[in-house]
Design a protein around this ligand. Structure first.
Ligand code: GLA
Length: 384
């Protein structure tokens, strides 16, 4: 699969631009636990996966840059001297966003051509956008010998997302995609932006993703709204971020904030504690606790932070009485995308059949189910 995509990217690049490219792979990510905690300076527990963006790049002698999105069969030409956010610009904003944010560092880029393709299901909440941003910043860094560190590169990617895609995201997706490690997840402290890696092996259990195949429109505006609420409450609490708040501090504010905002802030404080409990459960190989925390996280995301949707809730509810599933929750920003499930290996086949049927019956559409491998972060992959 990987070889096939790579070949296609390389060949397409050659046909379009008649030069031999540098090839980069940048992975998507899953997140074990810690949702909406990253922009609160808190903890998250993501892992890069073996699906992502494959990008070919080379310098260009022409007077503009060209980007070809193979999966969409769309070419976009742009000039490095006039980069501005394109309203509803989709993938193009990630590309020009990265180029613009690199230049904001005082770096003058030369023109370049790219072609890219991916195998992350779009809208799955597996950060295809961070993978695209990271693949380009990494590619530019190599091509023009910019000497940016991985830590500097993810900040470029994040700023592209803020200023061009318009989503005020945290650092989790870009970090996981850039720094991922084989068979491991990263317990990331989003304040210090440093992580500890944990080998992930749940013995007889496995992580399984179920994609609702929906992405409700609300997702971007609601994301920024949630961030604003968190910032407002932390300001009222007199702390830098909700990571610094205790539940007892928040309770003192109860009469000054709306019930909705109170619940949202409480969710963040609790979720941040859950991430730390989760890491201890992994250290102890306590899969039951891991599962329990997943359910608690979903409950908070759905009922307190209010970023779930009926499709995600349905998929999680369907697992509650299934003894082969230890835990499940929605993953990522919310309003669609995937649930992540911890399930007994021997029950996977039967479970897949059963949940697919139920989902189809309930929503008159199909869900998709993926088993993913935890993989290394952004890298050069020229040897095909
Ligand atoms: C999106 C954002 C991340 C993070 C998650 C929610 O994926 O890009 O920064 O906030 O949502 O945990």
């Amino acid at each position: 699969m990987k070889k096939k995509i790579l070949k296609e990217v390389k060949n397409t690049f050659h046909q379009l631009y008649k030069t031999t490219p540098l090839l980069i792979f940048s992975p998507g990510r899953i997140n074990l636990i810690g949702e909406h905690t990253d922009y609160n300076d808190g903890f998250v527990f993501p892992a890069a996966v073996n699906k992502g963006i494959f990008m070919a790049i080379q310098k260009s002698d022409s007077d503009s840059c060209k980007a070809f999105a193979i999966d969409k069969n769309k070419m976009y030409a742009f000039n490095l001297t006039s980069l501005e956010r394109i309203p509803k610009g989709g993938w193009r904003n990630y590309i020009i966003g990265v180029a613009a944010e690199v230049q904001k560092l005082g770096i003058t880029l030369g023109n370049f051509n790219i072609a890219f393709s991916g195998n992350i299901p779009t809208g799955a909440g597996m950060s295809s956008s961070a993978a695209l941003e990271n693949s380009l910043v990494f590619a530019l860094n190599k091509l023009f010998k910019l000497n940016l560190s991985r830590s500097e590169m993810i900040l470029v990617s994040q700023k592209a997302e803020h200023n061009f895609a318009g989503v005020k995201c945290g650092i989790m997706d870009q970090y996981a995609s850039m720094f991922g490690e084989k068979k491991s997840a990263l317990l990331l402290d989003c304040r210090t932006v440093t992580s500890t890696s944990y080998k992930i092996d749940f013995n007889n259990y496995k992580l399984l993703l179920i994609n609702t195949n929906v992405k409700h429109d609300l997702s971007e505006s609601a994301y920024n709204d949630r961030r604003e609420v968190c910032e407002k409450v932390s300001e009222m609490l007199g702390v830098k971020a909700l990571r610094d708040a205790k539940i007892t501090d928040l309770e003192k504010l109860k009469n000054q904030v709306s019930e909705e905002d109170f619940k949202k802030a409480l969710y963040v404080i609790e979720e941040n504690l859950r991430v730390q409990q989760f890491s201890r459960a992994i250290e102890k190989n306590d899969v039951n606790m891991v599962g329990k925390l997943l359910y608690q996280s979903h409950n908070g995301l759905s009922n307190m932070f209010k970023v779930s949707c009926k499709e995600l809730d349905f998929l999680v509810e369907q697992t509650v009485n299934n003894s082969a599933v230890l835990g499940a929750r929605m993953m990522g920003g919310g309003f669609g995308g995937c649930t992540i499930n911890l399930i007994e290996k021997s029950a996977i086949k039967e479970f897949k059949k059963d949940i697919s049927k139920r989902y189809q019956k309930e929503f008159d559409k199909s869900c998709s189910i993926y088993e993913v491998k935890l993989a290394k972060g952004t890298r050069i992959i020229n040897n095909v």
